[in-house]
Design a protein around this ligand. Structure first.
Ligand code: NAG
Ligand code: NAG
Length: 420
């Protein structure tokens, strides 16, 4: 149908060219007329070139297979607890140039902090000292130089400590691991290849441990890996899953599927529900573990002011959400994904042409953190409107009175001394 339509245009165009050709082959009588002929031929050449490019682009398959997605409306206005402020600017950057993309954090009782970086490495932080624990994949010199090496080097996302002081790590490309933080010994618990229900994982992301040792985690997509996250977001598919893994038995279970890029998860204080971010559509879901609604989900927040990443419980019993990209201000245009969301053809065409790195231009350098109540009502927000301290926040981890702010790519670790 589509290609038939294309041929129709092509035939008309050829006819046009033919008519132009007749004109240009008409015998000329003076110099001016001959110049006109030359100009006409030149125009034909340009037209043919354009046609070739257009037909070429028409024939190249698009990397993505998008469905339309339309937000409920424009993002919420920035008032009340969402009002713009500069409270997120009152912090410091630690380990500048040494830690790149500390995505998620956990801590032990001795005050050590743990995190993983873009080069596939796991780190322990104690006060001002950074100690290498292990490399999740192969430790080759190219690790961290380009996203192309991530599937080889690994890329730790969610990290937590279990009851016996072992680190549990969700490596985006490789799988779930148990790592001994003292000597870096690691054991693969569940590989991405193995996956669940016959579908391999492509993008492990959020992680949470329950008190009985059950590991809850998300696979953001079964199609796109982390290095193709932009395609994942532009495509706006729903190929993500929330899963659980029992280390005792090795049993892995899909709790929810058909999710829109499920990302960070947080257990409620009583472990009666999990709060979960669906990044690509700016939504937060609740999945009930206990009570009459156990096994079901409800939508707590949609049409968010930005795209949520990790969710963490604070010591006040609130949920802290890092916003990876805001939705209310574009660098060039109004929020880009709002604009193109309804038009799969535009998305398909655009991803044929535009290199992924160029989309960074559209991302505003704006830091935003939300504090939510148990029903995801917005209680407070911290802003850094021009990225003075940080932006593209992946995690907000409270520890020892401080707040550590994660990111997927920035070359430092921002920290707030207090929530003020
Ligand atoms: C472990 O705890 C989680 C969360 O409270 C619960 O959903 C799960 O059923 C528990 N698993 C076992 C084997 O008791
Ligand atoms: C960002 O905003 C602060 C005020 O909040 C200002 O002092 C600073 O100069 C700004 N930086 C840039 C790069 O615009």
């Amino acid at each position: 149908m589509c290609s038939h339509h294309g041929r129709g245009h092509y035939a008309v165009f050829l006819q046009m060219l033919g008519e132009m050709g007749l004109t240009t082959s008409h015998p000329g009588h003076d110099k001016g007329f001959r110049e006109e002929i030359m100009a006409g031929r030149w125009a034909v050449a340009v037209a043919v070139a354009f046609l070739a490019v257009a037909v070429g682009l028409f024939l190249i398959p698009s990397p993505i297979d998008p469905e339309p997605y339309i937000f409920e409306g424009p993002p919420p206005s920035l008032e009340g607890p969402l009002a713009v402020n500069t409270r997120l600017q009152r912090g410091r950057q630690l380990f500048a140039g040494q830690l790149r993309g500390p995505e998620s954090f956990t801590a032990d009782q001795d005050g050590n902090l743990y995190t993983g970086t873009v080069d596939g490495k796991l780190w322990r932080i104690h006060q001002d000292t950074l100690t290498f624990i292990t490399q999740m994949g192969q430790n080759i010199p190219e690790c961290g130089s380009s996203m192309d090496y991530e599937p080889v080097c690994g890329r730790p996302h969610g990290v937590r400590l279990d009851g016996s002081g072992q680190l549990i790590v969700a490596d985006s490309y490789l799988g779930l691991f148990r790592v001994d933080p003292r000597n870096g010994e690691k054991a693969l618990l569940l590989s991405n290849k193995q996956g669940c229900d016959g579908i391999p994982f492509a993008f492990l992301n959020g992680l949470e441990l329950s008190r009985n040792g059950t590991i809850f985690f998300t696979d953001s997509s079964s199609r796109w890996g982390r290095r193709h996250v932009k395609l994942e977001v532009i495509e706006t598919n729903h190929l993500g899953r929330l899963l659980s893994y029992e280390p005792e038995t090795g049993r892995v279970q899909t709790l929810l599927d058909s999710l829109y890029m499920p990302n960070g998860i947080a257990l409620s204080p009583d472990e009666d529900f999990i709060m979960m971010a669906e990044t690509s559509i700016g939504r937060i879901l609740r999945y009930w573990l206990k009570g009459p609604q156990a096994g079901t989900k409800d939508i707590l927040m949609s049409n968010m002011p930005g795209y949520p990443d990790n969710i963490r419980l604070s010591d006040r019993g609130t949920f802290l959400v890092g916003i990876t990209t805001i939705r209310f201000r574009g660098r060039v245009m109004p929020p880009f994904l709002d604009l193109i969301g309804p038009y799969p053809a535009v998305k398909r065409f655009m991803t044929k042409l535009v290199p992924l790195s160029l989309y960074n231009m559209l991302l505003p350098k704006y830091g935003l953190v939300l504090e939510l109540g148990p029903n995801a009502e917005v209680l407070d927000s911290l802003h850094d409107p021009n990225g003075t301290l940080t932006w593209a926040i992946s995690d907000v981890f409270q520890h020892g009175g401080r707040y550590y702010l994660g990111s997927t790519d920035l070359p430092f670790l921002p920290v707030l001394e207090q929530w003020s």
